[in-house]
Design a protein around this ligand. Structure first.
Ligand code: BG6
Length: 473
C-alpha cells in the first residue's frame, strides 16, 4: 500500500557513532568518547581517563564530519524525505556547562542542515543520543546531578534559537527508557559512574526524573521559540511475549512492559508518573527527590508525538531454569517461532505491528518508527558489489507489518531505518555489525580507507521511497 502524502521515509544515525572529529574545532569529550571498542563477547569498557594505545571507536567513527556532503548526496539519491541525526552536545558546549557555546560546533550543524535542506530532506534531530559531555560526568556524576537539567535547558535554548528555521522535528532523549535498565543504562543514558557502595538503582531513577523534567522543559521552551516545532519522546520498545499462558508469565510480561516500555512514555506523553511506577519505587526503596514545580513542569511539557526504536521481540518467563538469549538493551528467552540475527536478536516483524497497535491504542498521538534495521556481516564481492538480500528481507517484512498497522488505524508519521550508512555499533563498538544501505570501508580495528559504496539494499530502498511504500519487491 501507499503511505499517506508527506510520509517521512528516511534513515537514522547518532553523532557519536558516525561523526568522528571527537576533539576537532573545539569539541569536548563526551561519555561515548571514553568507551573502548568491544565485540559480541567482549564488552566495551568505560575508561574515565583515556588510555594510550587503546582504540576508541567514536573518535573517528566514519568521519561524517568531513564526509557530510558526500553522504547527504547519497541519502538524497535514495530519495530520503527525512534524516535523523543527533547533535553532539559537547560540540556545542565542550564541558556541558560553559558560559558561551562553541561557534565552530554550531556552524557545523548549520552546514549539515543547509546541505540537507538543499535536497529537501527534513532534519529530525535527537538532542541527546547516548552521550553527555564528559565534563558533566566528572562534575555532577552526569544526570544523577540536578544541575544537569539547567545545562541541558541552556543547550536546548541555544540550538532551538539557532536552528528554529531549519529544524522542525526534535527528539529530547534517545531511548530514555534505557535508564530503567541496570548498569548499561546508567552510563549510556545517564553519564553516571556509580562509586562503590552507591545505590545504583536510586541514582538511575533520580537521573531519569531529571531527564523527564529536562525533556518537559525543552518541549515547553521549544514551543515558545517556534510553535511549529514537533517534539517527540523516543523509547527503545522491547516487545515482550509471555512464554506460556500461565498467568504468572502473562503478568511478568505485563510488568516488564510497564516498567521498561511504558513508564517513560506515560510520563512524557501524559505528564505524570503512572501508579505502577510509584509502586515499583516503593517496593524497591527508591525515593525520587522532586523540586516544588516538577509535577507542574511534567504536566506542561507533554510531547507532540511518540517515537521508538524496534529491532526484535523478547520472550518472558517466570521459569528460573530457562536460559537467557541476548537482545537490544534487555535479553529475553528463546522464541522457537523466530530466527535470530548473527548477534542473537530475534527477528520479529509482526512484533512491530503489535507494538504500533499497542502504542497507538494507549496514547492516540502520532507515532514514528525512528529505528529499525538488521545488524549483519556484509561481504564485498570481487566485483565490488554487496548483495545484502537478508537486509532487504528484514526491512521488507517489517514495512509490510507497519503498513498493516496503518490499515488498522495507527497514525504513523514516518520510518527512519537505523544506521542508513554503516556506523559504530552502540552496544559492541564494532564496525562489523553493519546496518547500512551504504557500506563504509572500515573495520573493527579502525583500518580501511573510509570509502563509501552502495549496497543492493540502497537501490531497493530507493524504489520503496519512490513508490511511497507500495513497491517492496
Ligand atoms: C539503539 C540505539 O538501541 O540501537 C542506537 O539507539 C544503536 O544507538 C541501535 O546503534 C542498534 O544497536 P547496536 O548495538 O547494534 O548498535
Amino acid at each position: 500500500m501507499k503511505m499517506k502524502d508527506g510520509f517521512l521515509w528516511g534513515g537514522a544515525t547518532a553523532a557519536n557513532q558516525f561523526e568522528g572529529a571527537w576533539n576537532e574545532d573545539g569539541k569536548g569529550p563526551s561519555t561515548a568518547d571514553m568507551m573502548t571498542g568491544g565485540t559480541h563477547t567482549t564488552p566495551r569498557r568505560i575508561t574515565p581517563v583515556l588510555e594510550e594505545g587503546t582504540y576508541y571507536p567514536s573518535h573517528e567513527a566514519i568521519d561524517f564530519y568531513h564526509h557530510y556532503k558526500e553522504d547527504i548526496k547519497l541519502f538524497a539519491e535514495m530519495g530520503f524525505k527525512t534524516f535523523r541525526m543527533s547533535i553532539a552536545w559537547s560540540r556545542i558546549f565542550p564541558n556541558g556547562d560553559d558560559k558561551e557555546p562553541n561557534e565552530a560546533g554550531l556552524q557545523f550543524y548549520d552546514n549539515v542542515f543547509d546541505e540537507l535542506l538543499k535536497y529537501n530532506i527534513e532534519p529530525l534531530v535527537t538532542i541527546s543520543h547516548y552521550e553527555t559531555p564528559f565534563g558533566l560526568t566528572k562534575k555532577y556524576n552526569g544526570w544523577a546531578g540536578r544541575e544537569v537539567v539547567d545545562c541541558y535547558t541552556t543547550y536546548c535554548e541555544t540550538i532551538f534559537n539557532r536552528y528554529k528555521n531549519k529544524v522542525k522535528y526534535w527528539l529530547t532523549f534517545n531511548e530514555i527508557n534505557c535508564l530503567t535498565i541496570p548498569e548499561f543504562g546508567a552510563y549510556m543514558g545517564g553519564g553516571i559512574i556509580p562509586k562503590k557502595g552507591d545505590n545504583e538503582m536510586q541514582l538511575r531513577f533520580q537521573a531519569l526524573h531529571h531527564q523527564f523534567v529536562a525533556s518537559a522543559k525543552a518541549v515547553k521552551l521549544g514551543h515558545s521559540i517556534n510553535p511549529d516545532f514537533k517534539i517527540g519522546c523516543m523509547i527503545a520498545y522491547m516487545c515482550n511475549y509471555a512464554k506460556t499462558c500461565n498467568p504468572d508469565d502473562v503478568l511478568e510480561a505485563q510488568r516488564k512492559d510497564q516498567l521498561h516500555n511504558m513508564l517513560c512514555s506515560d510520563v512524557q506523553v501524559r505528564g505524570y508518573y503512572p501508579g505502577f511506577a510509584l509502586n515499583y519505587f516503593k517496593e524497591n526503596g527508591v525515593e525520587i527527590k522532586m523540586e516544588k514545580d516538577d509535577e507542574k513542569t511534567l504536566r506542561e511539557g507533554c510531547v507532540d508525538f511518540y517515537s521508538f526504536s524496534y529491532y526484535m521481540s523478547n520472550v518472558v518467563t517466570t521459569d528460573k531454569n530457562d536460559k537467557e538469549v541476548s537482545g537490544n538493551l534487555l535479553g529475553g528467552y528463546k522464541n522457537p517461532y523466530l530466527k535470530a540475527s548473527d548477534w542473537g536478536w530475534q527477528i520479529d516483524p509482526k512484533g512491530l505491528r503489535w507494538t504500533l497497535n499497542h502504542i497507538y491504542d494507549r496514547y492516540q498521538i502520532p507515532v514514528m518508527v525512528v529505528e529499525n534495521g538488521l545488524g549483519a556481516v556484509d561481504v564485498v564481492e570481487k566485483d565490488g558489489s554487496i548483495n545484502d538480500d537478508y537486509r532487504i528481507d528484514y526491512l521488507r517484512d517489517h514495512i509490510v507489518q507497519m503498513e498493516e498497522a496503518v490499515k488498522n488505524g495507527v497514525d504513523l508519521m514516518g520510518y527512519t531505518m537505523w544506521g542508513c550508512i554503516d556506523l559504530v555499533s552502540a552496544s559492541t563498538g564494532e564496525m562489523k555489525k553493519r546496518y547500512g544501505f551504504i557500506y563504509v570501508d572500515k573495520d573493527n580495528d579502525g583500518k580501511g580507507d573510509m570509502g563509501r559504496k552502495t549496497k543492493k539494499s540502497f537501490h531497493w530502498y530507493k524504489k520503496v521511497i519512490e513508490s511511497n511504500g507500495e513497491n517492496l519487491v
